[in-house]
Every structure is written in structure tokens, then in C-alpha cells.
Design a binder for this molecule. Structure first.
Ligand SMILES: Cc1ncc(C[n+]2csc(CCOP(=O)(O)OP(=O)(O)O)c2C)c(N)n1
Length: 616
């Protein structure tokens, strides 16, 4: 569709149709509904003013790129959104030349844009621009400020930064920056800019004297007609706004000026998350940031959710903290999704939302531990990746009693490669003194949490997957190895199951038993450090199989294998888990089957190993 051929009235009509389309499609598949409803006009304006892909448009985080997908030829694919082989929920370079970054970890777009703009300069690509759209939430991440510091230097002249300010991350965006944006929003500069914009637009369809004056005015000092106290200006960046992010005219006017300015510019747009969809607009919790399958009329889930790992953690922490006033909780802008909302309601003075700032969260927690608190940092496993240095240096080296609770660990599936929490165990394995628990069920999660909050001389971590927690897997007996879940103590084959795949390990053992193999399943309970009793308990068996919902490379299984070999154990060894590859979006259950981490797959791999051993 040629967006540039449409009148503003036609565009308004198109925007309404896009919203209706999004509600219909996303309510059927699940996805980031609220953020995308908020950027309909912004996306249309960007694609009219800039020439993607010649002018790359980078979506920070990328969860708000649905409309961009629609206007770049992917409307027909929305029935498959986030489904196996279907449309990705984030930009995807495989899908389109209009998609540039697909990492979906927040706050990276400005650095990417800085690099692209510098490359344009070096290569002499005159006239090309790079646009980075960054939310007020993503703007709280440290990388954006490292980027702004560089962009303000002026060597990346073709950058246009669009701040999509909807006052929200999931919950309202916090911190001094959010307050500053609020100040900018409420200055009279907003009205003055718009009035000025309208009058100039009215007179100037294309270029001409008034346009010259406008540009001249801009170069002379945007401060004359925008918020006078703009921090961005003080940092050396031109600032345009605030602009009504639902007015196509105002947006285009501002974006054209930014495009033609000749240096890095920030355009501050004000949008409403969930715009035009009443259930989202009136949802104070998160404005439908991300939804499952919902009734499009009411926005209510079609199925009630069974108890999740998150909800078990959420309730248990509230209960444990009752008698422990030193327990505090930290979230990096994910209060609801990590289950800390209950803690926040129960102990409003003991919750800290630090913004999308995982590195800061970890080091701030270490500071709190130093001063006598016991912080519980609840974070998605995948987002801990960027704070590993802080875990090692600020937390472990300082023997800080901090508990990390890693939700969405292992394969998450639907959100694609960036959201699988498959690195945490390999990364945490190298942290001196850190104790890690990968509970197999809700009961073990509670036990791990009540232990971890007593550890005050080093970091502890608990990791668990996304979704329903399911029934507990009761132990057969305690053993030196941990807890036995299946089989005799002197079985030939031992499956050491780390974490939430325990049920599958037991089911696989049942299959193997029917085939005449003698199998024992144990849960070591403590994933890290590898306990010597576990190793001693395994040295006599013939085949040790480790199973984990994490990367095989450098994982807990390989750590156990190394310890066994150091102990002179002659047992054969097999480590099962996630191979070192980026897993595209498809349901967790499908991936587990494909990677042979479901009961039949585990059993088949073990049978193949046994057959190979018998033949050798
Ligand atoms: C490093 C990192 N931490 C946390 C998240 C989870 N997350 C996804 S979107 C989001 C909020 C983003 O807010 P904002 O940038 O304002 O975009 P909006 O959804 O409001 O448009 C968060 C915290 C993430 N993607 N990356």
C-alpha cells in the first residue's frame, strides 16, 4: 500500500481499521496488544516520512512492531502470529528487509542506530537516516544513556530518536527520567509547539519561505518553542516535542523537521498504551502490555490459568517476608510478570522497581545486602544475561546475601530466541560461591526459597520455567544424592534430573523399565555447587544421564560429568539438555519434543546410548 498517497482523513480511517484488525488477531493468538495499539499513527507517520529500508527503522525491544509488519507486507500472516513457522512476535530479519534488530532485550536500539549512522558517515551515504523508536520504559535502561552520550558527540548525524512516551513500561515507568518526561509533557511548550506547527503547516504544503523560517528557527534554537528545561538539549541533542502521538499531522510535521535537521534529534511523542480499545485503556495494571488468548469484546482470558511457578513464588515470598522485615524485593520493570505485585501490595515500603536496569538491580541489591537487608531480585532468566558481571563481581566477590529468582528459565518458546532462558545455568556455574536451586515442583520451590533467604554470606539463585507448575513429584526416599524419585538404589542407569523436567525423567524411566532396563531417577536438589555426596553416590553405576532445561554446553550436567571423571568414575556419561543454537518461536512443548526432552525422546536417547555401548 502506498501510504504517502493517502490523505489525512484516509489515514485516520486506516488507523481505525488497523486497531480493529489488531484486536481481532492478537486476541486470538496472544501477543503484545497494548503497545501496538499505541503506535498505530506513529508507525504510519514514520513510514510516510522515512524511506524504509533505505532509512532503517529500529524498534527498541521490538514488541511494538506489529503495525510496522502490517505496512511492510505481512498483514496476511497475522493468524500465525507467534505460532510455529508463523510470524514472529518481534522484528525478524528472516521475515523482512524492513526489520533490522530482533534481540528484544530492551534499550539497545540507540546503540545500534549510533553504529548504523556512523557507518553511513564513513561510507558517505548522504541523505540516509536511521530512526530508533524507544519507549519511556526502554529509556530507563543504562545502554540508552551510554548511546545518548555518544550520539550527542555529533558523529552520528543521521539519527532520529523517537521517544514513544506512554508513561508505562508494564506498570507506570519509574524514576527521575520518568519524572523529567512528565515535566516535559506538561510544559506549555507542548501547546506552543503544536500551535506553531499547525500554523506553519497550514501555510506550507511543501517547501517555501515559511518552511525556511521553520528550519531556521529550529537551527537557531529549538528551545525557543519547546520545553525550555529539556535535559536532552542540555546533553547536546536537539529536542522536538512533546508531540501528540495520535495526531498524524503533528507527528509528520515533527518527524519531517527531525529528518531535515541535519544532526541527531529527539522527537518526544506522547501516546496512550492500548489506545482505542477500552479494555486495554482502562486496565491500570499494564494496559494489556501482553495478553494471552482473550475475548476480543471484554479482553478477559478465555481460559482460567492454573497455578503457575510464578504464583507459587509470589505467595511464598509474601508469607516468608511476614516475619522477616529485612527481606526486600527488586524488580527491573516487571512487577506483575515476576509475581512481585503481591509483595508490593503487602509491603509497599520494601519493594523497589528500578526500571529496565538489570545491572543496576543486581548491584543495588548487593548494596542492600551489605547494609543488612536480604534482597530478593526477581528477574526473567534471559534478562540476567546482561548482569552477569554484576553477579560475579558485585554480588559473589562481596559475599552479598542476595537471592536471585529467575523466572521463565529454560525454553519459553513463543517469544523466540531472545526470550529462552537457556543460558543462566552455564553462566552461574562459573560464579564462585553461588548456590543454585532448580526446583522440580512447587513444593521444592518453596523449600528452596525458605532456605535461600537464610543465606547471608553469598548469592543464591532459584530458577524455574514459565507456565503451570503442575502436581508435585513426591520423593521415593532421601539419599546421599539428594532425593530419589524412581527406581532401585543399585540401578545400572541413573538419570540425574535438574529442575522442572523431573516428571519427564520419571516417565522416561517408566518406559525404560518396561524395556527391561534398570533405571533410577534422582533429583540432586542443590544444582550448584555440585555436592561430593552426589558424585560419590554415582560412581558405581554404569551409565549416568543428566537432564536439564538449559544449555548442555557448560551446564550442570557437564559439571557433574567433570566431577565424576575427576573422581575416577568409569561410568558412561550422557548430558541431555538444550543444544547451543538459537531456538525460533514455537511452543515450549513442541521444542521439548523436537529436542527429545520429552519422556519418549529421553527414553529413546537412552536406549540408543545403551545399544551403542553394547555394540562397542
Ligand atoms: C533487558 C530487558 N528487561 C526487561 C524486558 C521486558 N520488557 C519488555 S517490554 C518492557 C516494557 C517496555 O516499556 P517501553 O519501552 O516504555 O515500551 P511500551 O511497551 O510502553 O511501548 C519490558 C520491561 C526486556 N524486554 N528487556
Amino acid at each position: 500500500m502506498d501510504l504517502r498517497a493517502l490523505s489525512f482523513d484516509e489515514l485516520a480511517q486506516l488507523a481505525a481499521e488497523i486497531r480493529e484488525f489488531l484486536v481481532t488477531k492478537v486476541s486470538a493468538t496472544g501477543g503484545h496488544l497494548g503497545p501496538n495499539l499505541g503506535v498505530v499513527e506513529l508507525t504510519l507517520a514514520l513510514h510516510r516520512v522515512f524511506d524504509s529500508p533505505q532509512d532503517p527503522i529500529l524498534w527498541d525491544t521490538g514488541h511494538q512492531s506489529y503495525v510496522h509488519k502490517m505496512v511492510t507486507g505481512r498483514t496476511d500472516d497475522f493468524d500465525t502470529l507467534r505460532q510455529e513457522s508463523g510470524l514472529s512476535g518481534y522484528p525478524s530479519r528472516e521475515e523482512s528487509e524492513h526489520d533490522v534488530i530482533e534481540n528484544s532485550h530492551a534499550s539497545t536500539a540507540l546503540s545500534y542506530a549510533d553504529g548504523i549512522a556512523k557507518a553511513f558517515e564513513v561510507q558517505g551515504h548522504v541523505g540516509r537516516h536511521v530512526v530508533a523508536v524507544v519507549g519511556d520504559g526502554a529509556l530507563t535502561g543504562g545502554m540508552t544513556w551510554e548511546a545518548i552520550n555518544n550520539i550527542a558527540e555529533g558523529k552520528a548525524r543521521s539519527i532520529v530518536i523517537v521517544v514513544n512516551d506512554n508513561e508505562r513500561s508494564y506498570s507506570p515507568t519509574i524514576g527521575g527520567l520518568a519524572q523529567h518526561l512528565a515535566t516535559l509533557r506538561t510544559t506549555q511548550g507542548y501547546e506552543r509547539f503544536l500551535d506553531w506547527g499547525k500554523s506553519v503547516l497550514g501555510r506550507t504544503p511543501v517547501v517555501g519561505a515559511p518552511m525556511y523560517e521553520a528550519l531556521h528557527g529550529m537551527k537557531k534554537g529549538i528551545k525557543d518553542f519547546v520545553a525550555p528545561q529539556g535535559m536532552f538539549e542540555d546533553l547536546g541533542l536537539k529536542y522536538i516535542g512533546p508531540v501528540d502521538g495520535h495526531s498524524l499531522k503533528d507527528l509528520e510535521f515533527a518527524l519531517e523537521r527531525a529528518r531535515d535537521f541535519g544532526g541527531p534529534v529527539i522527537v518526544h511523542t506522547i501516546t496512550v498504551k492500548g489506545r482505542g480499545y477500552q479494555p486495554a485503556e482502562s486496565d491500570e495494571a499494564d494496559r494489556f502490555h501482553a495478553v494471552g488468548i482473550v475475548d476480543p469484546q471484554t479482553g478477559l482470558p478465555l481460559k482460567s490459568a492454573p497455578p503457575s511457578w510464578t504464583s507459587i513464588f509470589s505467595e511464598e515470598l509474601v508469607s516468608l517476608a511476614q516475619d522477616r522485615p529485612d527481606i526486600v524485593a527488586i524488580t527491573a520493570a516487571m512487577l506483575g510478570p515476576t509475581g512481585l505485585d503481591n509483595f508490593a501490595s503487602a509491603y509497599p515500603n520494601r519493594i523497589f522497581d528500578v526500571g529496565i536496569a538489570e545491572q543496576h538491580a543486581v548491584t543495588s541489591a548487593a548494596g542492600m545486602a551489605h547494609a543488612g537487608l536480604h534482597p530478593v531480585v526477581a528477574i526473567y532468566s534471559t534478562f540476567l544475561n546482561r548482569a552477569i558481571d554484576q553477579v560475579i563481581m558485585d554480588s559473589a566477590l562481596h559475599k552479598a546475601g542476595v537471592t536471585f529468582v529467575l523466572d521463565r528459565a529454560g525454553i519459553t518458546g513463543d517469544d523466540g530466541p531472545s526470550h529462552n532462558g537457556m543460558w543462566d545455568m552455564s553462566l552461574l556455574r562459573v560464579v564462585p560461591g553461588l548456590q543454585l536451586f532448580a526446583p522440580r515442583d512447587g513444593e521444592r520451590l518453596k523449600q528452596a526459597l525458605s532456605y535461600c533467604i537464610t543465606v547471608d554470606d553469598g548469592p543464591t539463585a532459584i530458577r524455574f520455567p514459565k507456565g503451570a507448575v503442575g502436581e508435585s513429584v513426591e520423593p521415593l526416599r532421601n539419599s546421599l544424592a539428594g532425593e530419589d524419585l524412581f527406581g532401585d538404589k543399585d540401578a545400572d542407569i541413573v538419570i540425574v534430573s535438574i529442575g522442572a523436567l523431573a516428571r519427564s525423567a520419571v516417565a522416561a524411566a517408566e518406559v525404560l523399565q518396561t524395556q527391561g532396563l534398570r533405571v533410577r531417577v534422582i533429583d540432586p536438589i542443590v544444582a550448584l555447587p555440585i555436592r561430593s555426596q552426589l558424585v560419590e553416590n554415582l560412581v558405581e553405576c554404569k551409565l549416568v544421564v543428566t537432564l536439564e532445561d538449559g544449555l548442555v554446553d557448560g551446564g550442570i550436567g557437564q559439571a557433574i560429568g567433570t566431577e565424576l571423571s575427576n573422581a575416577g568414575c568409569n561410568a558412561q556419561f550422557l548430558a541431555l539438555g538444550i543444544p547451543k543454537q538459537f531456538l525460533t518461536h514455537k511452543p515450549r512443548s513442541v521444542w521439548l519434543t523436537e529436542l527429545q526432552l520429552d519422556p519418549d525422546g529421553i527414553a529413546a536417547t537412552i536406549v540408543a546410548k545403551v545399544q551403542a555401548l553394547l555394540q562397542s
